[in-house]
Design a binder for this molecule. Structure first.
Ligand SMILES: Nc1ncnc2c1ncn2[C@@H]1O[C@H](COP(=O)(O)OP(=O)(O)O)[C@@H](O)[C@H]1O
Ligand SMILES: [Mg+2]
Length: 489
């Protein structure tokens, strides 16, 4: 029997080989696709669970900051409690804060309803986490600052890179604002920005759920007293009294934080831009990086405060296992390096320089604690207000001037002086006419000065110094002091 022709046989064999190669290629690519899909869904799962972990961590961070009884005081007695109501306010922050928002807010606190129909007037500032805008509330015509998540900020950007989940990231960043709201509720002080209210949902929906102007739903908004962003350059050109006011406000704030209702609070991101001023008073506005934990330690070597130019080793309390007063010292040294160095020594009144130098030395070396520093500041304030630092002024200097009461000047020729309250002329604060006479005598251009009854925050008088004026006009509360002509010899 003849076997099949060999060319036919070779072709069939070739086709078989080609088909099997194609099949194995197809199978391989199917397997690879499946593997890729599996790993992609695996990393999405991993990202999702990492984000959930972070959300949980942020939530846990807020719990210790909540009042043991929540915002509304002690819980009602068991008999008064409605079924299903929690026994304590220390619930998860999500519940706690939402209880305080809009619908459940206390009558004195603004909620989502008060944001209906607001007009955005200006952007006040932005940072890594938050965007702050000035709005006018239509019901009261009152300007307030609104803080919410900065969608373009570094926090959102980083989260989106890591997790690729816009909703989850918004929630994660919102926790920083929630933390700030809780801290602002618990930490009330004249040098901390006042929280007027907050909204945890649709801005513009009032308590009855009626819609207002707010379109963006579900965002966390803090409603705050409006301040002016802190401007170091501007303050450096201001009178010493205003610069001292800022430092004193900071010291009073740090004193409060060292013994706050939450314990000793450290400001981890301590920079001038975390503060604003309200009518010249310094107020802390950025609290989301505050920590109420003193670091744990076993030995003093665990309690080192690192700063760019120097380090400080603080004692470790072996019984408590925490670094003693590290939060307080960290805040104080930051106050020294960011504020005191620039604002305090420059043009301090001569009678106070030794006290100011002492403050600079003790805080710069961390030899004084916050109590001693505050005492030193209050002592300077007392001397300055009472004029006791001026005891070496010659009382006779006022005799060189003629006083005209109930008069003001008109047709003034002004001159400008350093650190004046007015940019057009020379306006300085003085304790009394004697100090003003001393200043006028030391300015070659000065021929007269006057008081209009205006006072600074310390109660000192504002005096206007000038080169000349054309005539006097009656003015009930004013006084003019005119330099007497020197008798010619
Ligand atoms: N109540 C306010 N009034 C005026 N400006 C404010 C107020 N709160 C914050 N700002 C300005 O907005 C900026 C950003 O606010 P901040 O809370 O510091 O956000 P972030 O946490 O992103 O740094 C601040 O640096 C400050 O200049
Ligand atoms: Mg900030």
């Amino acid at each position: 029997m003849r076997v099949m022709g060999s060319p036919l046989c070779a072709a069939a064999l070739l086709a078989l080989v080609v088909i099997s190669v194609l099949l194995s290629l197809l199978l391989g690519s199917l397997q690879l696709g499946a593997r890729r899909r599996l790993s992609a869904s695996g990393s999405a799962d991993a990202r999702g669970s990492a984000l959930r972990h972070q959300l949980n961590e942020r939530r846990k961070e807020i719990i210790p900051l909540l009042s043991p009884f929540g915002r509304d005081g002690p819980p009602p007695a068991a008999s008064q409690r409605r079924p299903g109501e929690p026994t304590s306010g220390a619930a998860a922050p999500r519940d706690e804060i939402s209880a305080a928002s809009g619908r459940g807010s206390a009558p004195d606190e603004m909620g989502c309803g008060s944001l209906a129909g607001v007009r955005t007037v200006d952007v006040l500032g932005s940072g890594y986490t938050k965007l702050v805008v000035k709005v006018v509330l239509p019901r009261t015509d009152q300007p307030v600052a609104l803080k919410f998540v900065n969608e373009q900020g570094n926090d959102m950007e980083k989260c989106l890179q890591d997790f690729q989940d816009p909703r989850g990231c918004h929630e994660l960043v919102s926790y920083k604002i929630k933390k700030e709201i809780v801290l602002l509720q618990r930490l009330k002080h004249p040098n901390i920005i006042e929280l007027r209210g907050h909204c945890m949902g649709d801005a513009g929906r009032d308590e009855r759920g009626e819609e207002g102007a707010g379109k963006e739903g579900g965002r966390v908004t803090a409603i705050l007293e409006q301040g002016n962003p802190f401007q170091m350059i501007q303050l450096l050109q201001s009178p010493w009294e205003e610069r001292f006011r800022v430092c004193l406000g900071l010291v009073r704030l740090l004193h409060f934080l060292s013994r706050s209702p939450l314990g000793s609070v450290a400001l981890l991101d301590f920079q001038p831009r975390q503060f604003v001023t309200v009518s010249g008073e310094l107020k802390l506005t950025d609290l989301d990086d505050a920590s109420v934990e003193e670091p744990a330690c076993r030995a003093d070597a665990d309690c080192v405060l690192h700063f760019p130019r120097r380090n400080f080793t603080l004692p470790c309390s072996e019984t408590l296992g925490v670094c003693q007063r590290l939060n307080e010292k960290r805040n104080l040294y930051n106050a020294y390096r960011y504020f005191f160095t620039y604002l305090l020594p420059h043009q301090a009144p001569p009678g106070l320089t030794h006290l100011v130098d002492h403050i600079m030395n003790t805080t710069g070396e961390l030899r004084a604690d916050i109590n001693q520093t505050m005492e030193a500041f209050e002592h300077v304030l007392l001397l300055y207000k009472s004029g006791l630092h001026l005891d070496n002024l010659s009382p006779s200097i006022i005799r060189d001037y003629t006083v005209m009461r109930g008069m003001a000047t008109s047709g003034n020729v002004e001159y400008r002086c350093w650190l004046s309250y007015s940019h057009q002329g020379c306006v300085l604060s003085v304790h009394n006419a004697q100090e003003a006479a001393f200043i006028c005598s030391s300015h070659s251009q000065c021929t007269s000065f006057s008081f209009s009854g205006q006072r600074t925050w310390t109660g000192r008088l504002l005096a206007s110094f000038r080169s000349s004026f054309s005539h006097l006009v009656p003015d009930g509360t004013s006084e003019v002091y005119l330099k007497k002509a020197k008798p010619s010899v």
